[in-house]
Design a protein around this ligand. Structure first.
Ligand SMILES: C[S@@+](CC[C@H](N)C(=O)[O-])C[C@H]1O[C@@H](n2cnc3c(N)ncnc32)[C@H](O)[C@@H]1O
Length: 301
């Protein structure tokens, strides 16, 4: 699973490519930019200034999302209880060796990452961090049920490459750990993922495209279980779904990924979904694409 090659992204930050999953860890626009725009900015961390928060980072990888979070929380003196799930130790090993990665963050981040690598945890007066190595579908069961997360970062490979982490069954487990006001944040704007989150009772929002990247119509999805829409502020970088995005959820692309026993293989999950799509009377996704003048590029989710 671990054959990884280094990738230099357009903002000058380094990422990795997985041969096994046939996918890069980050978008070519920039690993750092992706983390900051999609995950950190969307988290509205100033809400937690001088307070405590619980965060779950699913697919820790190189640790960009956790590092950026820690970096901000160090500045604003918040207390953090972090859980990270990851199947492979190699990306963290790479981060610890990479000077250019370390230079992006406060020195304390390296100390925390080294401790996660050696001992699977870190603890001091502000931060308590744990990493659970293994398949996230299983390891999520080891998180104490009393913990409800204020933020959940879901950063697996894309649903077509790693459907195991986007199924109704896994997302149902994940969303049960979300605090009622908490945000689940993902870069994915896949109709199947959005429809699943909505069917699980969450409100879903789109992460606005950034000014310097207009190719994509969305930067991802935020799901919240109890959100007063009147509290949506123009300075938030997420908003209600557009008509185009709502119509996406009426197409065959919205048919969910399923993994009844949470042990299915990638191929089984994909085949089951394809069979369901073939029998479905929902609108064809191509028709939707034509209506809204979509290109393949603008659909990466
Ligand atoms: C897109 S990368 C994550 C990028 C990461 N957030 C970062 O900052 O580098 C996806 C990660 O998911 C991990 N992964 C794949 N399948 C997994 C599984 N079943 N359980 C846990 N982690 C998994 C891979 O090892 C990889 O590190």
């Amino acid at each position: 699973m671990s054959e990884l090659t280094e990738v230099l992204t357009k903002d000058g930050s380094y990422s990795l490519r997985s041969k096994f999953f046939q996918e890069n860890f980050h978008s070519s626009i920039g690993a750092l930019e992706e983390t900051k725009l999609k995950f950190t900015a969307t988290s509205n961390l100033q809400r937690f200034k001088g307070k405590s928060l619980n965060v779950l980072d699913i697919c820790f990888g190189l640790g960009y999302n956790s590092a950026s979070l820690l970096n901000e929380l160090i500045k604003q003196k918040s207390n953090l209880n972090l859980y990270a799930l990851e199947i492979d130790k190699k990306p963290l090993e790479y981060s610890l060796r990479s000077e250019s990665f370390q230079k992006l963050w406060a020195p304390k981040v390296k100390k925390i990452f080294a401790s996660l690598y050696q001992k699977n945890y870190f603890k001091d007066q502000f931060f308590r961090c744990n990493v659970l190595w293994g398949d996230a579908r299983e390891k999520i069961n080891f998180i104490p049920s009393s913990i409800k997360f204020d933020l959940i970062y879901l950063d697996g490979f894309s649903p077509q490459k790693c459907p195991q982490l986007w199924t109704v069954e896994f997302l149902s487990k994940v969303t049960k750990t979300l605090n009622s006001q908490g945000y689940l944040i993902t870069y994915s704007s896949s109709a199947a993922v959005r429809k699943t989150l909505r069917n699980l009772g969450l409100e879903i929002f789109t992460i606005k495209p950034s000014f310097n990247n207009r190719t994509f119509w969305s930067q991802g999805t935020v799901a919240i279980s109890e959100f007063d829409k009147n509290k949506l502020k123009p300075n938030f970088n997420f908003e209600n779904l557009s008509l185009m995005e709502e119509e996406h959820l009426l197409t065959k692309a919205s048919i969910p990924y399923r993994d009844q026993d949470l042990k299915s293989s990638k191929d089984d999950i994909l085949k089951k979904r394809l069979d369901e799509q073939l029998l479905s009377n929902l609108l064809s996704t191509n028709k939707w694409r034509e209506k809204w003048g979509m290109t393949k590029l603008s659909l990466k989710s």
